[in-house]
Design a protein around this ligand. Structure first.
Ligand code: HXC
Ligand code: NAP
Length: 263
């Protein structure tokens, strides 16, 4: 994909929480390809080191848990010591598993809310005075569950809905200096999220049938959205949640049968 010109992010510093695998690693790689200095953060230090090696370009792979404000703040200070103030911060760490409310303990519910929602608060609250302003760009990775209730997903629905509102509040409070946006990916192939939410062929088919565009999304397509939101092309965009989901949020395409006149 050749959507953006080489060197677009030269001189920029990007911090990607949850950037040691999957979609967020794809975002980190694309930022680095376009010239940014990149740090990725996850809990597992070995995974973080491998991710940094895969990204190349002097990328930093750091270990911190987004649930621990002090740890995440420490990782950010490390990045600023190494690369200078940050221009781009992505909050994408998440945890998920399928469970009905009655199959979930209070700790299970709290764990997902803590990683996704409180983690995003920690990442964004922690970075503010370490940002290059004006012009900094913050992106939270949310999901369709924020808007559409989904059985077996009470924890993620609640957490991602909270993230959507946190994005909007921060866009209001930090408006003049920092843009705050979200990306809501649809079902993205070859990701841990899809493996967990659609673990067998039947559930994969159900997910697939719902997609208006009748194909899975690619990690690279989400990465292009992140580059756009972090670029001058999005200079007047804040408080927005960009759906990158093949139309999944528009409606349930599995209910459409044009031949029978049903929708
Ligand atoms: C019920 C479960 C459970 C399950 C864990 N728990 N799995 N309850 N059903 N399948 C419960 C545990 O019993 C425990 O409660 C509590 O959750 C915390 O579990 P821990 O293992 O102690 O937590 P922790 O080590 O912090 O790990 C967090 C995790 C784990 C979320 C449980 O799966 C993880 O680390 N996930 C990160 C990777 C990930 O999930 N990636 C996918 C993100 S994708 P008790 O009461 O026993 O103490 C995504 C998709 C979005 O978000 C949408 C896609 C379309
Ligand atoms: P993934 O590969 O499991 O990535 C999760 C990342 O977060 C990993 O780097 C993981 O590393 C890190 N992480 C998890 N818990 C953490 C914690 N407590 N502290 C710090 N880092 C933590 O998942 P993915 O499927 O690519 O999903 C990435 C994002 O996209 C998530 O926000 C998810 O909700 C969203 N999303 C995904 C899909 C999809 O189709 N996959 C759809 C919609 C939205 P460690 O395990 O080492 O900590």
């Amino acid at each position: 994909m050749q959507t953006f010109r080489d060197g677009l992010l030269d001189g920029k510093v990007a911090f990607v929480a949850g950037g040691t695998s999957g979609i967020n690693l794809g975002i980190a790689k694309r930022y680095a390809q376009l010239g940014a200095k990149v740090a990725v953060v996850g809990r597992n230090p070995e995974k973080a080191a491998n991710a940094a090696a895969e990204i190349g370009s002097d990328a930093l792979g750091l270990s911190a848990d987004v649930r621990d404000y002090g740890a995440i703040r420490g990782a950010m200070e490390h990045v600023v010591d190494r690369f200078g103030k940050m221009d781009i911060v992505v909050s994408g760490a998440a945890g998920n598993f399928l469970a009905p409310v009655l199959g979930m303990s209070a700790n299970a519910f709290r764990t997902v809310v803590d990683i996704d929602l409180n983690g995003t608060f920690n990442v964004f609250r922690g970075c503010h005075d370490l940002l290059n302003t004006p012009g900094a760009s913050l992106i939270a990775i949310t999901a369709g569950q924020a808007v559409n209730a989904s059985a077996l997903q009470a924890h993620a629905c609640a957490a991602k809905a909270g993230i959507n509102q946190l994005i909007r509040v921060l866009a209001l409070e930090w408006g003049p200096h920092v843009r705050v946006n979200g990306i809501s990916p649809g079902p993205i192939s070859n990701t841990e999220g899809m493996a967990r939410l659609a673990p067998d062929a039947a559930s994969r088919q159900k997910h697939y049938d719902r997609i208006a565009m009748k194909r899975w999304g690619e990690i690279e397509e989400v990465a292009e959205c992140a580059v756009f939101l972090s670029s001058p092309a999005a200079g007047y965009i804040t408080g927005t949640i960009l759906d990158c989901d093949g139309g999944s949020q528009v409606g349930d395409a599995s209910r459409i049968d044009l031949a029978k006149g049903m929708a």
